[in-house]
Design a binder for this molecule. Sequence first.
Ligand SMILES: Cc1cc2nc3c(=O)[nH]c(=O)nc-3n(C[C@H](O)[C@H](O)[C@H](O)COP(=O)(O)O)c2cc1C
Length: 228
Amino acid sequence: MPLPVVVAVTGASGSAYALRLLEMLLHSGRQVELIISGAARQVFHHELGLDLVGTPTTETIESAVASCLHAPGNAWQFRSVSGQASAAGRGTIRSWSIHDYNAGIASGSFLTAGMVICPCSMGTLSAIATGASSNLIHRAADVHLKERRPLLLMPRETPLSVIQLANMTTVTQAGATVLPAMPGFYHRPSTLGDVIDFIVARILDHIRVPHPLARRWGADAAVTPLIE
Ligand SMILES: Cc1cc2nc3c(=O)[nH]c(=O)nc-3n(C[C@H](O)[C@H](O)[C@H](O)COP(=O)(O)O)c2cc1C
């Protein structure tokens, strides 16, 4: 059984990246330890009309994926992966309040496959760069750095101040990967969903989760799943 993946959603623009990432982790049969910041809930409401209260369950997130990403005729036009179910079966989501330090992920003794912060606000980036640990997202990120486990931050901001650039350098030097929401266009996307999947595929590759999203440069098959 693969180790759980920690996913934190913070208040940068890009809620659709977070939902699509969660959809793919569930699809690949992963256990997800999920934390959503208060600002992220505001962005979910603003960008997707989604009101997430309390600690969302697997069913809450599946329902949000269906209504926000796959509603007929919406702007995203994500490609369906429902016919390509994982051998591992459906994944599960366990959510934590952002102030609940009783969560296993607040401790290095709780083993994980890594942590993804998607999207990552400049505020959360700064807190990680300084080791603030003032909420469960910062603490879990701190734990991943000290335990030398994968920590991936997907920031969304432009342009960038020297403070933000220095914070990105600091977390990279500490062992994190900064993977900005900076999609390429050489794969000739035809929908907004294709643009988002370009980034989600790179995130999943980084944490070694096989997925059906990537059209890989140099591969002649249209879709080449990652082999673990
Ligand atoms: C609709 C909306 C969009 C936002 N977009 C961004 C953004 O793209 N990048 C960013 O760093 N902050 C953005 N913010 C501001 C953050 O939400 C704010 O700095 C917050 O304190 C971050 O808190 P958190 O890191 O705990 O989620 C946005 C806020 C709202 C309401």
